[in-house]
Design a protein around this ligand. Structure first.
Ligand code: A2P
Length: 286
């Protein structure tokens, strides 16, 4: 499986297994399957409540901790300096690990609590304090890389101005028909690697007629078209899947190439919907 490199030299597998809601139906067995399918990059978050299950499975699976790339995220309730140090400790305990490969601020603001987050600046200080605590843990070697999730350029610029270390990663909702291109370009111009959450648009985009036509043309599935599209754009993907067959399929994207014209077409598809989650605004019900 291919890797990308963060600006601090850390290598990150180009495809990770996304664990949001992953254990609701199949508990830890889904993680056992993901490891069997060859995933070594696993994306979790304190909010997902999947850390303890992942920790248990990794501890028991007989594969070295150092062969895994583990990402987790701090939830908005824990933003602040001391609370961040505590949250890192709790995640390490849950995961039964003594370091994390990547630690992210899950959202810059608790969007659910704000009618319109941009009206005031209340989010800035807790986020900056969180970042300073993460910088400390990074310098101590407990976090091998640090970054953000759902940060748009105006959020990132606060960290550029107040922090000492630039984020290495920003995780954004990204899939054909919703690529947040302005934010992606901003990250790229600042050496921040973009990770795609919901790279399959929570399966919504898999029935799009153009994506299905490309799937037929390249003799792959619609999911593989979406994942390869992100990969060719230099973006890490974190697909979720419940069955081992889909898990295997989703990481089998390195034997075909989408041509330039088709990449342009995929990049300019008409909107195919999104999750309804935006850091600056109240959640939209989709
Ligand atoms: P399931 O969990 O039943 O396997 P995203 O990662 O964009 O949030 O999308 C996740 C959704 O996409 C889930 O509903 C998942 O279904 C579905 N999915 C994942 N992989 C595939 C695939 N290879 N083919 C079709 N659907 C997939």
């Amino acid at each position: 499986m291919d890797h990308f490199k963060l600006y601090n030299g850390v290598e990150i597998p180009a495809i990770g297994y996304g664990t949001y809601r992953s254990m609701l139906e199949r508990d830890e067995n889904v993680i056992i399957d993901a490891i069997k399918a060859g995933y070594r990059h696993i994306d979790t978050a304190a909010r997902y409540k999947t850390e303890p299950g992942i920790g248990k499975v990794i501890k028991a699976c007989g594969i070295n901790r150092s062969d895994f790339f583990i990402t987790t995220k701090i939830w908005t309730d824990d933003l602040g300096y001391d609370s961040t140090l505590k949250a890192i400790e709790t995640s390490l305990e849950n995961l039964q690990m003594d370091y994390l490969d990547l630690y992210l601020i899950h959202w810059p603001i608790n969007y659910g609590d704000h009618e319109a987050g941009w009206v005031d600046d209340v989010w800035k200080e807790p986020v900056v304090q969180t970042w300073k605590a993460m910088e400390r843990a990074y310098e101590e070697g407990i976090l091998k890389a640090i970054g953000t999730s759902n940060f748009l350029p105006h959020h990132l610029e606060v960290l550029f101005a107040k922090g000492n270390i630039k984020p290495m990663v920003d995780q954004l909702e990204y899939h054909p028909g919703y690529t947040q291109q302005y934010a992606v370009d901003f990250c790229k111009s600042n050496d921040i690697l973009v990770e795609a959450w919901s790279p399959l648009g929570r399966s919504r985009v898999l029935n799009d007629s153009f994506i299905l036509a490309l799937a037929k043309k390249y003799n792959v599935s619609a999911a593989q078209v979406c994942l390869r599209f992100a990969y060719q754009n230099g973006i890490v993907t974190l697909p979720k899947a419940s069955s081992i067959e889909r898990m295997l399929q989703n990481k089998d994207i390195f034997n075909f190439e989408i041509n330039r014209e088709d990449m342009h077409r995929l990049s300019t598809l008409s909107p195919l919907g999104w999750s309804g989650e935006h850091p600056d605004f109240k959640r939209v019900q989709i």
